[in-house]
Design a protein around this ligand. Structure first.
Ligand code: HEC
Ligand code: HEC
Ligand code: HEC
Ligand code: HEC
Ligand code: HEC
Ligand code: HEC
Ligand code: HEC
Ligand code: HEC
Length: 258
């Protein structure tokens, strides 16, 4: 939502504003409870961090942004980014990690490699927009819709993407992904997303044979290994972003084929 409509929404619709405030309040309480209950689970560096008092200078936390950016906050608060320090599968692997502190370089905000500490649980607003600037909105926040930003944590996906024709043609992460919801832009169907650019190139016999069979483009073009959780540790998992069709994909549905 753009700035004007956010502002008028807040002024003209007290009920919506109230609802959003309630959502924000519940979300902050939930995140705070999750943060403090997480503390017992892992010895060293887990957060009391979302409590504002312990924030490092500069960082203000997502609740502060929510005061003026309720819709971005709403979109973000349901995502795996918001929960990146609390995800149960993550916690399981964290317990087994040799250097659990290092995990928070990507699963939290404001990680300091020297101290091994981080500022806030979750991949929050300030992980992508930098620490709050005191004179903002007078002064702009960082806003790099770049593949390097996403790729700084999604290291393997960046490598796959760079090698693909999408990377070479400059079809950015944010061309397909909405940054705050993390969903692809045409959320209901990835096929509609692909069709926006590939209507012409998919009319050969092989593609036509699979049309209308409830088979999605990404059934063939975005395959990743089964044991993804184990592989995802350190952001090194293959996520299928080469969009190449791997040789074993046909056998998933056509048992008779090699
Ligand atoms: C994963 C990284 C990431 C996170 C987390 C994130 N943003 Fe953003 N945000 C971006 C990027 C990238 C853009 C630019 C989008 C574009 O140009 O297409 C953006 C754009 C914006 C904008 C400009 C208007 C708009 O919506 O495009 C605002 C305001 C904003 N973000 C606020 C927030 C707030 C508030 C939070 C936390 C509740 C947040 N962002 C979390 C990456 C992020
Ligand atoms: C006091 C209200 C207020 C707070 C608090 C606030 N913002 Fe903003 N922000 C604004 C306004 C107003 C704009 C629109 C400026 C424009 O349109 O030129 C803006 C614009 C932005 C933009 C677009 C780029 C830019 O700077 O113009 C981003 C990104 C952004 N804010 C992120 C954040 C994040 C992240 C936080 C929390 C750390 C935050 N804002 C806190 C009022 C606020
Ligand atoms: C600070 C590190 C960091 C940055 C920067 C970052 N991400 Fe993520 N992202 C993560 C982590 C960690 C997860 C996995 C969270 C989990 O599953 O616990 C994730 C998950 C995702 C997912 C998976 C959603 C799902 O439901 O499984 C998508 C899509 C995604 N990110 C897109 C992006 C995009 C696009 C950008 C750039 C605008 C970006 N990310 C920037 C760390 C980051
Ligand atoms: C051409 C479109 C496109 C581009 C470009 C793209 N993605 Fe994706 N991405 C997708 C689609 C489609 C999905 C699957 C979404 C679904 O299942 O509904 C996906 C899924 C993901 C996931 C979740 C993977 C999983 O299986 O858990 C992550 C993380 C992700 N993308 C990150 C990125 C990053 C980072 C970039 C940039 C380096 C990027 N994507 C570029 C289309 C794209
Ligand atoms: C914003 C436009 C855009 C979107 C959206 C998009 N693509 Fe592409 N795609 C391109 C461009 C540009 C190329 C480069 C080759 C070309 O011009 O056809 C390409 C190339 C490809 C290739 C060849 C890759 C290679 O490295 O050989 C495949 C396969 C592909 N796209 C599949 C998809 C699928 C599946 C989706 C949906 C998840 C999708 N694309 C979404 C623009 C897009
Ligand atoms: C049944 C599996 C399958 C499905 C479903 C599928 N593809 Fe493909 N696609 C292939 C194979 C195999 C190739 C040959 C190139 C390769 O091996 O990567 C290919 C090639 C492509 C290419 C690059 C070649 C060219 O003609 O430019 C694009 C673009 C593409 N597909 C887009 C799509 C889109 C968009 C969809 C969804 C509408 C889709 N594909 C659905 C298997 C599939
Ligand atoms: C370089 C950044 C980075 C580091 C460091 C990192 N991760 Fe991740 N992790 C990611 C990203 C990005 C994703 C989600 C995207 C994907 O699926 O590839 C992820 C996903 C995961 C997942 C899968 C979550 C799910 O719900 O499927 C687990 C588990 C995980 N990480 C554990 C860890 C552990 C434990 C550590 C420390 C040993 C760690 N990670 C360090 C970036 C990182
Ligand atoms: C997601 C499941 C799925 C995947 C993956 C898949 N197919 Fe199919 N394929 C089907 C279905 C369903 C049909 C139509 C029903 C049928 O005839 O079996 C079909 C039809 C075909 C046909 C038409 C001839 C026929 O048997 O009627 C060919 C050829 C074919 N597939 C080849 C491939 C190849 C090659 C791959 C790998 C690139 C592939 N398929 C991947 C599900 C799949």
């Amino acid at each position: 939502m753009n700035r004007m409509s956010t502002a008028s929404l807040r002024l003209n619709s007290p009920w919506l504003a109230l609802l959003l405030s309630a959502v924000i309040l519940v979300t902050s309480i939930t995140l705070t409870v999750m943060a403090s209950s997480g503390q017992a689970g892992v010895g060293a560096p887990l957060p009391d961090a979302i409590g504002l008092s312990s924030l490092a200078p500069g960082f203000r936390g997502p609740q502060h942004c929510a005061e003026c950016h309720p819709s971005e906050f709403y979109d973000w608060s349901g995502t795996t980014h918001a929960k990146a320090s609390f995800d149960p599968i993550f916690r399981e692997f964290l317990h087994e990690a040799q250097e659990p502190g290092e995990c928070f370089a990507c699963h939290a905000t404001g990680y300091n490699a020297v101290t091994g500490q981080f500022v806030m649980a979750g991949v929050t607003c300030e992980a992508c927009h930098g620490p709050y600037r005191d004179s903002h909105p007078g002064q702009s926040m960082e806003m790099a819709a770049s593949d390097e930003l996403c790729g700084s944590c999604h290291t393997s996906t960046l490598i796959e993407w760079e090698a693909s024709l999408h990377g070479q043609a400059g079809i950015a992460c944010v061309a397909c992904h909405a940054v705050h919801t993390q969903k692809t832009h045409v959320a209901a169907s990835a096929d509609a997303l692909c069709a926006g650019c590939h209507e012409q190139s998919t009319r050969d016999a092989m593609h036509l044979a699979h049309k209308g069979e409830n088979i999605r483009c990404i059934s063939c073009h975005l395959s990743r290994p089964e044991d993804q959780a184990a592989q995802a540790v350190s952001g090194h998992a293959v996520t299928g972003h080469s969009f190449a069709v791997s040789s074993d994909v046909c056998a998933d549905c056509h048992e008779d084929q090699p």
